[in-house]
Design a protein around this ligand. Structure first.
Ligand code: BTN
Length: 265
């Protein structure tokens, strides 16, 4: 039986925030991000939430694949993308703000101890619970507004660890009754509210909230470009601050990945 996706409830809660909003559930697609980016290039400019029960070519940051099946071939993740036109003055820090929004919705009472690993991984006990992939498409030449696609994958059921750089965590470890549909229902409306707040006010309202969940701050880290140093948190534009032997470095490049030099004790 298909999982209930709470389309009516989500549609009602978002209609007032996003005129013209609609939600779609696909039994299968290559990637919800790829699909919404395709539509945006073909002229889509209205808000859509596309959730897929199965992705055949899910994508992560830095060109990595996003696998969402469990051992038995059943979907283990909630996989969806939210697409909407947006025109913030400054896009810096958007992916961090999205991470803050999702973490606060999933872990409102701090029962999970959900952290954020710069720029936008959801981490628990140094294991990865979810990831965020943000892409944008130009809507029209000479128009600052872009079509934003926020792709989110959250492990709900047990994930295979094989082939993953970081060991996985999954929600059912803490919430055995969790379903992908319930998780989507929980995070969708706050996510839209937070993205609209970001459009108005940028990363500033999210900076302290990110800092509260920042799993790298105060730790020795190693960047994919070979830099090593001590992480000193994130700046007002969402850039990672690392103290290295050669001085302080601000990392804003989406092409750089970072990981703790040693596991948490
Ligand atoms: C990452 O951890 O690098 C980001 C993972 C993002 C995965 C989600 S699943 C829904 C959406 N569709 C995709 O192909 N990717 C994102």
């Amino acid at each position: 039986m298909a999982a209930p996706w709470f389309e009516d409830e989500i549609g009602q809660s978002l209609a007032a925030l996003l005129p013209g909003f609609r939600i779609e559930v696909a039994a299968e697609t290559d990637s919800t991000n790829t699909e919404l980016m395709r539509r945006a290039r073909d002229g889509l400019d209205t808000p859509v939430l596309l959730v897929a029960e199965r992705q055949t070519a899910g994508r992560g940051r830095l060109g990595r694949p996003w696998q969402s099946m469990q051992k038995d071939g059943e979907p283990a993740s909630l996989t969806f993308s939210l697409g909407l036109p947006l025109a913030p003055r400054d896009w810096s820090g958007l992916s961090l703000a999205v991470g803050v929004s999702v973490a606060e919705s999933l872990d409102a009472g701090r029962a999970i101890g959900l952290g954020l690993k710069w720029p936008n991984d959801l981490w628990v006990q140094d294991r990865k619970l979810g990831g965020i992939l943000i892409e944008t498409a130009l809507l029209r030449p000479d128009v600052v507004e872009r079509y934003l696609v926020i792709g989110i994958g959250i492990n709900v059921g047990p994930r295979e660890a094989a082939g993953l750089g970081t060991a996985p965590a999954w929600l059912k470890e803490w919430q055995p009754e969790a379903t992908p549909g319930q998780v989507l229902h929980l995070i969708a409306a706050p996510l839209v509210r937070d993205v609209l707040q970001f459009e108005e006010r940028g990363f500033v309202p999210f900076a302290a909230r990110f800092a509260e969940r920042d799993v790298l701050r105060g730790r020795e880290v190693r960047l994919s470009d070979g830099t090593e140093g001590r992480c000193e948190g994130v700046g007002w534009g969402g850039e990672l601050q690392v103290a290295t032997a050669d001085g302080s470095r601000m990392i804003s490049s989406a092409e750089v990945s970072v990981r703790p030099a040693s596991p948490i004790r």
